[in-house]
Design a binder for this molecule. Structure first.
Ligand code: PGA
Length: 253
């Protein structure tokens, strides 16, 4: 197994876009000091520059939650990858299920964004995962395959750079987390699909689990061979709980 370092990313979603974001980021940096996992926080756009400045010189890196795949031009209201780099971001979450569900993102548009992020030197955290109806219809594998297949070629061009997050939609924000076995099964499948394209690359790509991860259940995911960290929503808004998740990662590989 490649030596894949754990990555814990906190997705703040539509929360803490102002001064409270700076406070939360500072608290996260303090609470996670010394952990051996990589730690990332993803504030809303309006807090990115201030949070990046605040975290300068710490171990915590900053992610955006989306981007527009053109660099500049007449695209009112959009934010490009170079702009995110300017704001201090190293990472960007792409294709989150909320973006797919509420903002019409498709496999093709997610791929365009992954390509744009990588071209600008921003590390993508590309999200995939099935909805409850898809799961109940036995389509989990097909959905994951389709979503992954769209951006896999781009991601595998630099396999140690980007990250995949497997987030079953029914587990996000519900408290109904996937079992560690189910999450491992999906992660192993994702790695196998990647391996069909590039065996060495597949071993390098980090795969996160996301969906109701908290301080209590985190260690069980990190004990799985194909799970290399977590994308954390609700629990990332509490610095001590988030730090406990980061420590769980640090102590298991
Ligand atoms: P959750 O969200 O941890 O609140 O379930 C995860 C996510 O949306 O990335």
């Amino acid at each position: 197994m490649a030596n894949r370092k754990y990555l814990i990313a906190g997705n703040w979603k539509l929360n803490n876009g102002g001064l409270t974001g700076i406070e939360l980021a500072t608290a996260v940096a303090q609470a996670t000091k010394g952990v051996s996992a990589e730690v990332v926080v993803a504030p809303p756009f309006t807090a990115l520059a201030a949070v990046s400045a605040e975290l300068e010189g710490t171990h915590v890196e900053v992610a955006a939650q989306n981007l527009y795949p053109k660099d500049s031009g007449a695209f009112t209201g959009e934010i490009s990858a170079p702009m995110l780099k300017d704001a201090g971001c190293k990472w960007v979450i792409l294709g989150h299920s909320e973006r797919r569900q509420f903002f019409g993102e498709t496999d093709a548009s997610v791929n365009e964004k992954v390509v744009a992020a990588m071209a600008a030197g921003l590390k993508p955290i590309a999200c995939i995962g099935e909805t409850l109806p898809e799961r109940e219809a036995g389509q989990t594998l097909d959905v994951c395959f389709r979503q992954l297949d769209a951006f896999a070629p781009a991601l595998l061009k630099n396999p140690g750079f980007g990250v995949i997050a497997y987030e079953p939609v029914w587990a996000i924000g519900t408290g109904d987390a996937a079992t560690p076995d189910d999450a491992q099964g999906a992660a192993a499948l994702i790695r196998q699909i990647l391996a069909e394209r590039d065996a060495a690359g597949a071993d390098e790509v980090r795969i996160l689990y996301g969906g109701s991860v908290n301080a209590q259940n985190a260690a069980a995911y990190f004990g799985q061979p194909d799970i290399d960290g977590a994308l954390v929503g609700g629990a990332s808004l509490d610095p001590s709980g988030f730090a406990a998740i980061c420590r769980a990662a640090a102590s298991t590989r």
